[in-house]
Structure formats: C-alpha cells, structure tokens
Design a protein around this ligand. Structure first.
Ligand SMILES: NC(=O)c1ccc[n+]([C@@H]2O[C@H](COP(=O)([O-])OP(=O)(O)OC[C@H]3O[C@@H](n4cnc5c(N)ncnc54)[C@H](OP(=O)(O)O)[C@@H]3O)[C@@H](O)[C@H]2O)c1
Length: 293
C-alpha cells in the first residue's frame, strides 16, 4: 500500500494513476471526496482530510510500504516559508507516529540552498527536517520549474496579447513537464531502492529561453509574432497580486525569478537528471488549453 499526498494535484494524480495501472493499492490524500472520486473509481482508497491535522496524516501513513509526501502551495498565505515549515512538521510527526520507513518527498531544484530561492527555501527547510529522522529512508525528488506554470500565460495572451514574467527573455533555464516527474517518483516508491537520505534533481529535456518558449507556443496557437516581455520585479509582483496572490507569495515568486536569472540554483545536467518531454511537445497541450479558454 502506498500513500499519495496531493493525489488530485499535478504530480500526485499522475503518480496515483501509474500505481493503480500497475495494480498497486493506493491511499489517495486530499480534501475533497468529489475530486478524489476518479481515483476511487479506479480502486484507490480516499483519505479525506486536511494535512494541517497531523493525527489524520498519521492514521493514513500507518502500515503502508511507502509514502509520497508533498507540501501544497498556498498562494494566499501570509508567510510561505512558515507555512511549508508547519506542514513539514506535521509530515515528520506523522512519519514518526506511523513508523513508515520509505518516503519520497517532492522537493525542488535549488532546495540545497537555504536562501534567496523564494518558495524553494521552505522545501530546503523541510528536507533538513526529514534528514533528521532516524531509521527512515528519504528520497528528495528535486524537479525544476514546471512547464505547467507557463499555462498562466494563457490569460495574459487573452487579456494583453503578450506573454511575460520576471525571468529574462534570453536566459536559458531548465523546465520540466509534470508527467515526467510522476514516473520517477513511482519507480522509487515501488523499488524502495534508496537508503538513508538522498536527493535527485530532474531538469527536463533541455534548457530553453522564454523567447524560445514563446516562439514555440506562438506558432502552436497561430500567433507566430507573440512576444515575451520581461517585467520589472515591481511589475511582476503587482501582476501576481492582481492575479489574487498574497503579498508574501508574490514576493517569493519574484525572488524565485531572480534566483533563476542569477543561475544560483544551477546543477550540472546529466543523462540521469534529463527527462523526455520537450517544450515543443508541451506546446501541443498549451495550445489545447489556449483554444479551450
Ligand atoms: N511549480 C513549480 O515549478 C515547482 C517546481 C518544483 C517543486 N514544486 C513544488 O511542488 C509542489 C506542488 O506540487 P503539485 O503542483 O503537484 O501540487 P498541486 O497541483 O498544487 O496540488 C496540490 C495538492 O494538495 C492538495 N491539498 C491542498 N491543500 C491541502 C490540505 N490542506 N490538505 C490536504 N490536501 C491538500 C490538493 O488537493 P485538494 O485541493 O483536492 O484538497 C492537491 O491534490 C509544491 O510543494 C511546490 O513547491 C513546484
């Protein structure tokens, strides 16, 4: 039996489906019976509750082979880092209370750094907490910037006729499709081939620039002249707040753009941390979302 936190999310849902496809038993954690129903229809057990409740999590973790742990981002929070730390404490408490021995933790590229990485700082803190657990094997999965983040540009294209953000237009950076993250998590949950505390980055198919991404997406949606505009930190923050994010969440995402622009999170690309899906392939999905918007 495997417990999947965030089972209705980008990665958790894909991961739960991979395990169900293989005939494994899955407990799917989320807050809504309705959103978990598609997994229940495929044989999963729903664990409905809030992960702020460590008792609920401990109960879900009892007697299982391995856990996929993740921290849901809350873009309305007053303090992103504090939030991640509090949920991290609940996860640690639940691991200790349940006796589970294998955990795959969804962390992030850049989580080796303690500061200047926006939301990733909180994942660094949680990695450190998990590393202190005795006799528990933890695999920190550190994927880079999700291609799915780029879907936020659909609204911008519709409203302003451009794409834009805080990342420099001509700066190559790694980006990954979430469908390439879930199989790696599944493989390690199933094989439990990790011991002690280990970390593994996932950097997507190749590094690309925002100009290249915009060209690919523009051609896919029939707007070959689509332009990317780099916003100032002030304009990026204002845009994120107008989009409904809190002051702190917006601040953290601006800091993350800066970290990408400064290249401080860089780790070497290898065959092992390179994944399949290209930005061109993701562009087909982007175009579908754009056309149905
Ligand atoms: N975006 C990036 O570029 C990037 C890169 C590297 C790492 N990361 C990290 O990846 C993680 C996000 O992964 P994701 O995109 O797969 O997540 P996601 O799509 O945002 O999904 C969040 C999941 O958490 C569940 N959830 C939210 N609040 C909950 C609560 N209080 N109690 C129980 N369940 C709750 C949601 O389910 P319900 O709403 O149905 O309850 C949903 O299943 C974050 O930790 C982020 O920092 C992100």
């Amino acid at each position: 039996m495997y417990v999947i936190m965030g089972a209705t999310g980008n990665i958790g849902s894909k991961l739960a489906n991979i395990l169900l496809d293989k005939g494994e038993k899955v407990t799917a954690v989320g807050r809504s019976a309705e959103r978990l129903q598609p997994l229940v229809d495929r044989g999963a057990i729903a664990a409905i509750g809030d992960i702020a409740d460590a008792g609920f999590l401990t109960k879900s973790f009892k007697g299982v082979d391995a856990v996929f742990a993740m921290i849901p981002p809350n873009y309305q929070t007053k303090n992103f880092r504090k939030d991640y730390n509090e949920i991290g404490d609940h996860i640690v408490e639940s691991i200790q209370g349940s006796g589970v021995k294998h955990v795959v933790f969804l962390s992030s590229h850049g989580a080796h750094l303690p500061n200047k990485t926006g939301p990733v700082k909180g994942l660094h803190d949680v990695e450190q907490k998990l590393n202190k657990l005795d006799n528990v094997n933890v695999f920190h999965l550190r994927p880079t910037y999700f291609m799915e983040n780029l879907l936020a540009n659909v609204g911008m294209i519709n409203n302003m006729g451009i794409t834009g953000g805080g990342i420099k237009a001509d700066w190559k950076f790694p980006t990954i499709a979430t469908k390439d993250i879930a199989p790696v998590a599944a493989e390690h949950l199933l094989k439990r081939d990790f011991s002690g505390k280990t970390a593994h980055e996932l950097l997507g198919e190749r590094d690309v620039t925002m100009n290249e991404i915009t060209k690919v997406f523009g051609e896919k949606i029939g707007k070959p002249d689509l332009k990317y505009v780099q916003f100032s930190p002030e304009d990026e923050k204002k845009g994120l707040m107008d989009f409904g994010m809190s002051d702190d969440a917006s601040e953290q995402l601006v800091e993350l753009s800066q970290a990408i622009n400064d290249g401080i999170m860089a780790v070497g690309r290898t065959a092992k941390n390179t994944t399949e899906t290209s930005i061109e392939e993701f562009g087909d999905f982007f175009a579908q979302v754009y056309k149905s918007s």
